[in-house]
Write a protein of this length. Structure first.
Length: 288
């Protein structure tokens, strides 16, 4: 079989997430944190003026992971960054100008690992606070469920907001669960996402939410030593919901160990610092 693939192009798209503090405080009197994602505004057609994930074309002599390493090297000061492949997107109409297949990756970084030009706002790159919330759920039958979500990206430093409605219809087929997805920009959205990047973002949010429940991904957002309140807040940000303090501490107690160090925040008495147990480091590896 003679396959002519000279018109095919391959890219890696990188969804870089970090946890940032907001000006608000929560009921625990801690600085409020939110999950943020790095986007870039396109300067040319197609989708000129829309927002997309950082991406690069994969060279003929490099692997997908090598291309991601190159992208991360430009965006961060650290090689110790959690990342994993998310999904491969190959719809024939995803790029109106060429046949482009995209391998998407997610990366979670700490603020101190970002290069200076990505810690401050500029015209090319912007950090957006991101959240996904359930708007409605309807049980169509014993084997069919329809849900509607709202994905909101809040611009930082005066950047506009991006709002999309996500429609999920899930059905049971034998022992498998199948879900169809639909995406529509809200009428009040200030900007749009380019290509199919709203789908990539939605997929990334679901992946992060699932992995935080059975891996150590949340520890990648924290320094080596941390308070239990900081650890709980990291989990809450990734899960997108609040957790009860007693239940969380019972659940996490097998993974952490107390240290002799303390940390003082404001007028509160010093809080004990903890670290991840060495015996827990292989439970749900940060990289697969």
């Amino acid at each position: 079989m003679n396959i002519d693939n000279k018109n095919f192009m391959l890219t890696v798209n990188l969804a870089i997430f970090k946890v940032a503090e907001t000006a608000r405080t929560n009921v625990k009197k801690l600085p409020q944190k939110e999950l943020t994602v790095l986007l870039t505004r396109r300067k040319r057609e197609p989708y000129k003026g829309c927002w997309s994930f950082p991406y690069r074309f994969v060279g003929v002599d490099e692997s997908l992971d090598d291309a991601v390493f190159r992208e991360l090297e430009e965006k961060t000061d650290s090689q110790d960054v959690y990342f994993e492949q998310l999904y491969t997107w190959g719809a024939t109409d995803r790029d109106p100008t060429a046949r482009v297949i995209a391998a998407s990756y997610i990366a979670i970084v700490r603020e101190e690992h970002l290069k200076p030009r990505f810690t401050e706002e500029n015209q090319e790159f912007q950090w957006f606070g991101v959240r996904k919330r359930l708007l409605s759920a309807e049980k169509l039958s014993d084997l069919n469920m329809r849900c509607k979500y709202r994905v909101t990206l809040c611009g930082r430093g005066g950047a506009p907001n991006i709002l999309y409605d996500v429609f999920e219809e899930t059905s049971a087929a034998g022992f498998e669960k199948r879900t169809k997805y639909g995406y529509e920009p809200c009428a009040e959205t200030g900007e749009l996402m380019a290509y199919d990047h709203i789908k990539i973002l939605d997929c990334a949010l679901d992946r992060i939410k699932n992995k935080v429940q059975y891996t150590n991904i949340a520890f990648g957002l924290l320094p080596e030593l941390f308070t239990l309140s900081e650890l709980q807040q990291a989990h809450e940000v990734l899960l997108g919901r609040e957790l009860t303090k007693p239940n969380f501490r019972r659940w996490i107690s097998a993974k952490v160990e107390e240290t002799p160090h303390t940390k003082k925040d404001g007028a509160h008495r010093p809080a004990r610092l903890y670290r991840l147990k060495k015996s827990s480091m292989l439970d749900g590896l940060l990289t697969e």
